[in-house]
Design a protein around this ligand. Sequence first.
Ligand code: TRP
Length: 446
Amino acid sequence: MEKSRGQWGSRLGFILAAAGSAIGLGNIWRFPTQVGQSGGGAFILVYLIIIFIVGIPLMIGELAIGRRGKINIVGAFKKIKPGSPWWIIGVLGVLAGFAILSYYSVIAGWAVSYIFKFLTGQLADLGAGESGDVFGQLVSSPVEPLIWHGVFMAMTIGIVIFGIDKGIERASKIMMPILFLLLIVLAVRTLTLDGAMEGLRWYLTPNFRAIDISTVLGALGQVFFSLSLGMGAIMTYGSYLTDDNDIPNSAVLISIADLSIAILAGLIIIPAVFAFGFAPEAGPPLIFIILPAVFGAMPLGNLVGALFFLLLTIAALTSAISLLEVPVSYVIDELKWSRKKAATLVGVAIFLLGIPSSLSMGIWQEIFFFGMPFLDFMDFLSSYLLLPIGGLLTAIFIGWAWGSREALKELSKEGVQFSLRGPWFAVVKYILPIVLLYILITGLLP
Ligand code: TRP
């Protein structure tokens, strides 16, 4: 039975696929936005600390639960603690995957449309003002972004149907390195723009007075979002792991890869924002307005722009796959549907839930949910509530229900040496629950 679920073909394949889940719009779109809105270098410092205290320990835990369960995430909790209600964490994760992918795909759809807008010259040689107009027209149209959202969901469904070893692993292996190289080229270009140095200074100098609880909550949400934690995506990837995998080591590698791409993306976007005279707190659409202006200032800018948004689409796809895989593998195991039926029906439902997010950039701009347009509300709900709560419960589960003996046994299979086993378990059992509860309570209460 277990064999037929499939396993990663190689250790490198797994690392790249998990890094593929982590690296996506979260790094290239969301991270620079958060840095811009929360005071530059100060945010980065808090972000780094949270990655090491919260992110990596939790990723190790999720991978261990996943590999122990070798089943969908709801099933994993049921298998480890039969007859107890811990499986509800899994259900929360399934819902979070649903919610996140619905608006994630809308934004990824914008990226898909940009590939074609560059190739057909609609974004050729524009200044930042004009590219703002092109973006505004795209997202405020009631129909066009929905088509791209549909195209992106269709691609995601397609890959999830083909299963893990054929689709996901192969695509990540080829595309991730190309994305990395292109980002380096772009960083060189923006850092040599006039006025970029001021942005660089703002990006790298921590202003400690700018740190408050909302910076911390923002950084926490960003760590969860960017590392794909708190909803079982990484747990699901862990369920395809072989016993000889050194999980702690993998978690560190994946997190560092993710962190480097985020820092690099910020290095491209923040100096460019300053060079083109924008305010760094301009918000989510930043990359869709600023980057075309950067490409406009480059030789062969159209081609580079099209290539960039192609790679961004692929990075988003490898993330979206991990988001869809969570509800899909649950439905397959639980309702005994075929992979094809499960992926298609769940994917279509997610597409439908994405429609209000898309419309909230245009004709539904004035309709607010808890004071936010629908897309922002979904993002808030996911990264500030669903994911940290999922992470909190997962940490409590590992520390207090699964227990050190069993959890550490899973991490030291087949002779794997985990030298920080004691500290890791103490962090998961005591520090994570306290830190997460504190940030959630003080950050969210008015
Ligand atoms: N981490 C991805 C990104 O940065 C998005 C993502 C994929 C995600 N799977 C997830 C976010 C699970 C939260 C939970 O783009």
